[in-house]
Design a protein around this ligand. Sequence first.
Ligand SMILES: Cc1cc2nc3c(=O)[nH]c(=O)nc-3n(C[C@H](O)[C@H](O)[C@H](O)COP(=O)(O)OP(=O)(O)OC[C@H]3O[C@@H](n4cnc5c(N)ncnc54)[C@H](O)[C@@H]3O)c2cc1C
Length: 509
Amino acid sequence: MERDVIVVGAGPTGLLLGCELALAGTRVRIVERRAEATRNSRALTLHPRSLELLDMRGLLPRFLPSGRTLPGWHFANLPTRLDFSALDSRHGYTLFLAQARTEALLEERARELGVRIDRGHEVLALAQDDTGVSVDLRDGDGRATTSRARYVVGCDGGRSTVRQAAGIGFPGTDETLTGVLGDFATVDASPEALEAARANGVMVVPLEAGLTRLVYIDPQRMRAPADEPVTLEEFRGALTRICGDDCGIAEPRWLSRFGNATRLAERYRSGRVLVAGDAAHIHFPAGGQGLNTGLQDAMNLGWKLAAAINGWAPADLLDSYEEERRPVGRAVTENTAVQLLLTELTLTPRYERPATALRTLLDELLGIQDVNRLLADRVSALSTAYTSPRPDAHPLTGRRMPDIELNTADSKNTRVHELLSPAHFVLIDFAEHDGGQAQSTRNEEGPRPPHLTTATASPNATRDDLHGATEILVRPDGHIAWATRTTDAATRRAERTEALTAWTGSPRP
Ligand SMILES: Cc1cc2nc3c(=O)[nH]c(=O)nc-3n(C[C@H](O)[C@H](O)[C@H](O)COP(=O)(O)OP(=O)(O)OC[C@H]3O[C@@H](n4cnc5c(N)ncnc54)[C@H](O)[C@@H]3O)c2cc1C
């Protein structure tokens, strides 16, 4: 076997997955069809949960200086913004960062971790058997080669060759509407013209290197197919029709049309082949969620696949990737469809008036703190929680672990995200409830699993939303595997042993 895993596609999902797999000591190769990284950026945002994930791997100091932080984002392009700053996170903001930059930073990290990245390599077909997957490739010189790995993950975008070769269906709805984007070196428009553009639904976004992005849906041409090229003349004509001014656009760097085809893979795993990111879900880019969802898929899959390869994965761990992430993919396809529907109705003459009234009403609702928070929690992905099959599970089970302060066994002050940097489990004792039991359990004889770190919550780390937890087991992706509120030492030990066996493959704390 040449490699443990071949990841197909060096987009954001494939690159982060490569990092996660390499961090856990597996041998990874990423193959990418493009000979060079693209300079055009579809996505521009990293939302709070993605920022938390990067924080967990110590990567934020690379990302933050490269972008610009914004206190929130939009829902359905409504004027009242989602307020991420009100959310329960150290990273209650969006990092405005071009996708090309995100990919460059992830690629830099992947190479540091020893991931082999072969650009100019296109996957044509694959075949799996009991021990691995054979991948047929064409390299940059047109030579055909076959490479073999124990697992293959398709992070190869919406038209995924891997997904198709694995026979995984991609049901959903075809494109019915397209939007247009343009990145321009020159936008010579008066403030009034830009204001009129915004008021008529055109997004005007300053990018790095002096570029400005304009994005619109043209009611007259909104059925044009996504693969129809966009010309500067079309762009100027559409802006003039929509807002009465062509906004002085010139020197386009990138013109593109994108559609609302919405699909969700019917399975995320077929034997030794898995899919993640756009290969598993596509939708209209409303609310800036596609790239973020792909990163979160990668973070969920990486440690589980590595556990299977490293031989300690409990039997159903790898299948839990699909169980946990497919509902998230479905929810994102639904919330983006709702956002687009609102725009589509506004652009449809017979619904224009009620749709405009509906937008006004929703905008007012967004001004209500609780409503704003609910949607902000969803778009930021901070509310993503995985359901436990156990009805008696502690209410925290499956939710994200807040980044509370901790003390390590050698009395260092730290916090949850810092302790997660090697992508190990973290077992946290809330010692003040414990009467010294935490110490005695840690002194038990026998080897601890190497992928487990133990810590004690700082006295000031207790919060109401921890629901009286006396002990919490955090997974490598920052979600809570198990928690208990029992103060009885024997019960707690029994519960802990069961949880550690179920999750880490070893009963020892
Ligand atoms: C206009 C627009 C704006 C967007 N804005 C946002 C935003 O603000 N925020 C957000 O979160 N998301 C946004 N998105 C969505 C985001 O761009 C995607 O969700 C994201 O790129 C998905 O990442 P990925 O790695 O899964 O797939 P991709 O980025 O599509 O990467 C797949 C990679 O696989 C390679 N590949 C494909 N086939 C093969 C093959 N056979 N062999 C080898 N390599 C192959 C491709 O060359 C590519 O590099 C936007 C999308 C659009 C269209």
